[in-house]
Design a protein around this ligand. Structure first.
Ligand SMILES: NC(=O)c1ccc[n+]([C@@H]2O[C@H](COP(=O)([O-])OP(=O)(O)OC[C@H]3O[C@@H](n4cnc5c(N)ncnc54)[C@H](OP(=O)(O)O)[C@@H]3O)[C@@H](O)[C@H]2O)c1
Length: 353
């Protein structure tokens, strides 16, 4: 990659353009399509145009950028391999070739089986110089749900917990407001906005009657879709969440959560934030369906037995799920730990189960 980029307009220009393309991609909500950003550079490395794929059915990023301005011989810097198949819009490869773009710099190959490698081959056959793998990790990190789902076939699941320092999510009487402080709750709302769906068990709906919306005043884009997993107890008709048309998976013999994770992409849900209670946390952790754990510890200690973050019995050490800690940060006066179940670490980073 280094050698190839050194031949270009300038390595620094290309990386700067890729960063800009990533920022453009990050602000979009196109799932089940990927988040994509594209930047066109003139021969001197200056930015001529840029674009992104803002929502399903809108122009692809490459076409959006080309529509603004381009000249033959320009370089296109794009986060994801351009598509070579006609969907709701014609193939991007055709538009790039027709525009006379002479070089395409790609963040990562598209893991979608309909594209994987075909876009690159098509561009190369047309005589275009193609470079792949610039800031690839950052590109994947800006759309982890897409990369994970296309490689594994199921939605990527993040489990969020908010507990006292001794791991309790509520007191014995069910009260839980507030365990964490305002900055941590705001941070958790930002986390909501990064996911397509927010999942809870029916127990949380019955006890807390949550809305599961991102309530930051400066928020943008659509609200994440609520998802409820229910067993023997029905969702009360007065539940606030019903006004938000939740996706409901209900089975009084127990919902097959792995099947649910494979079904969610059919609803456009590639990434899910679980904000449910201890039962759903237990089920997902033991089913090996948690790809990332975000745990907020509020500045209080329960100092007794209330409601532990994960239900069930922790019978012996061999049953513990080892974690790889990715980051630890203070948010206000709470602590946020981001971790990956150790057996899933490789899977998450490569997007393969
Ligand atoms: N601090 C926090 O982060 C946090 C977040 C959420 C909740 N909470 C607290 O957690 C408590 C509620 O706990 P909870 O364990 O009842 O909540 P939950 O895990 O959200 O819901 C549990 C219920 O979900 C259903 N369920 C779970 N897995 C299922 C499956 N595979 N198939 C079918 N149904 C399934 C079952 O419903 P049925 O009973 O109908 O079978 C089960 O009783 C409340 O006190 C709440 O305040 C705290």
């Amino acid at each position: 990659v280094r050698r190839a980029i050194d031949n270009l307009v300038g390595r620094a220009d290309v990386e700067l353009a890729m960063r800009r393309a990533i920022d453009l991609a990050r602000s979009t909500h196109p799932h089940p399509n990927p988040r994509v950003g594209a930047v066109i550079l003139g021969p001197d490395g200056s930015v001529r145009a840029s674009g992104n794929h803002s929502r399903p059915g809108s122009h692809h990023a490459e076409v959006a950028a080309l529509a603004i301005a381009h000249e033959p011989g320009d370089t296109m810097v794009v986060t994801l391999e351009p598509c070579d198949h006609a969907g709701r819009t014609p193939p991007c490869t055709e538009a790039i070739i027709r525009a006379g773009i002479s070089r395409v710099v790609i963040g990562v190959e598209d893991p979608d089986p309909r594209v994987r490698g075909r876009g690159v081959s098509r561009l190369r056959e047309a005589g275009i110089d193609v470079v792949i793998g610039v800031l690839a990790d950052e590109v994947v990190a800006c759309d982890p749900g897409y990369h994970f789902q296309r490689a594994s076939g199921r939605a990527r699941i993040t489990l969020k917990l908010a507990s006292t320092v001794d791991g309790q999510v509520a007191a014995a009487d069910g009260t839980s407001r507030w365990i964490t402080d305002e900055p941590a709750r705001r941070d958790a709302h930002r986390l909501r906005s990064e996911h397509d769906g927010i999942l809870v068990g029916s127990g949380t709906v019955i006890t807390d009657d949550p809305m599961l919306t991102d309530r930051r005043p400066d928020r943008e884009g659509p609200q994440p879709r609520p998802i409820v997993v229910a067993g023997r107890r029905p969702i009360p008709p007065s539940a606030a969440i019903l006004a938000r048309e939740p996706i409901v998976y209900a089975d009084d013999e127990g919902v097959d959560l792995a099947e649910m994770a494979r079904d969610l992409p059919e609803h456009g849900i590639l990434s899910v934030l679980v904000e449910g209670g201890p039962s759903i946390a237990h089920s997902l952790l033991h089913a090996g369906l948690v790809d990332e754990l975000v745990w907020y510890f509020g500045p209080i200690v329960g100092a007794g037995v209330g409601v532990p973050a994960v239900s069930g019995v922790f019978a012996t050490m061999a049953e513990a799920i080892p974690l790889a800690i990715e980051s630890v940060a203070t948010v206000g006066s709470s602590i946020r730990v981001v971790a990956t179940p150790a057996d899933r670490r490789l899977a998450s980073s490569t997007g393969v189960t």
